[in-house]
Design a protein around this ligand. Structure first.
Ligand SMILES: Cc1cc2nc3c(=O)[nH]c(=O)nc-3n(C[C@H](O)[C@H](O)[C@H](O)COP(=O)(O)O)c2cc1C
Length: 224
């Protein structure tokens, strides 16, 4: 999919092509571009409109390196089998292979990604934080940036909070590494609606969804 300027990217085109991007060019992200991402993120809905989110932009190289070390530590346990034996990635089925390979790549290189954006808030405010996270991802898509929701920093508060000056009552919910992507944008592949939806009673099939093709709905809205 060819990258378009923001005003040419339709809403549905963005929805169907904003996928996890984990390989980045070293090119810097200008402040005005980053500001636009955050200004769009805070348009998200918020419980009682409390807007309890806080966006911590980390550009400092030494801090990104420390964040990268924490992130890598998580991957060495969560993805241990692939860290111990990288050739195990090659033996995975295609879809999984692509995800694990890019996850491993990001874990090795996250310190080099020009911006680490932490979306922070009270511990119990995930329901408010995540709409803002998704808005940020869509804004990145519109601006030609790439990103991915990450959580491998979780569990490293003892290192990261003092490093970043984060108060005790603030949670680092999501870490979005942001940069200009190396990988192609979209499409987003998912299991079909019929696998995820029911009618009237949980688990009961929704006949309309059952009758729909698994792919192709987005073509109604996306015109290349
Ligand atoms: C709550 C949450 C936590 C995630 N944590 C990580 C992470 O730590 N590292 C990572 O590489 N991807 C992470 N992801 C990204 C998912 O792997 C990705 O969204 C999913 O595989 C779908 O990718 P796609 O949109 O490219 O199909 C996370 C996503 C969510 C929503």
């Amino acid at each position: 999919m060819e990258l378009k300027s923001p005003d040419e990217t339709g809403l549905f085109e963005a929805l169907y092509s904003t996928r996890a991007l984990r390989r980045f060019k070293p090119d810097p992200v200008p402040d005005e571009v980053l500001f636009q991402v955050i200004d769009a993120a805070i348009r998200a809905p918020a419980g009682s409109n409390q807007q309890v989110w806080h966006f911590l932009v980390v550009r400092d190289e030494a801090k990104r390196k420390a964040i990268g070390e924490a992130y890598w530590q998580t991957w060495t346990s969560y993805g241990k089998q692939y860290v111990d034996d990288p050739s195990a990635i090659d033996r995975l089925p295609r879809q999984m292979r692509l995800v694990v390979r890019s996850t491993d790549h990001l874990a090795r290189h996250i310190a080099e990604v020009p911006v680490h954006l932490f979306v922070c808030g009270p511990a119990q405010a995930a329901g408010t934080i995540y709409p803002a996270v998704q808005n940020a991802l869509l804004a990145c898509r519109g601006l030609g940036l790439g990103s991915v929701v990450t959580a491998f920093h979780r569990g490293h508060d003892a290192t990261l909070k003092p490093l970043l000056g984060v108060p005790d009552d603030v949670t680092l919910h999501a870490l979005l590494p942001i940069g200009y992507p190396e990988d192609k944008i979209g499409p987003v592949g998912r299991r079909p609606v019929k696998k995820h939806a029911s009618l009237d009673t949980y688990g009961e099939p929704w006949p309309f969804a059952e009758s729909q093709p698994d792919e192709g709905w987005h073509e109604r809205w996306v015109h290349e």
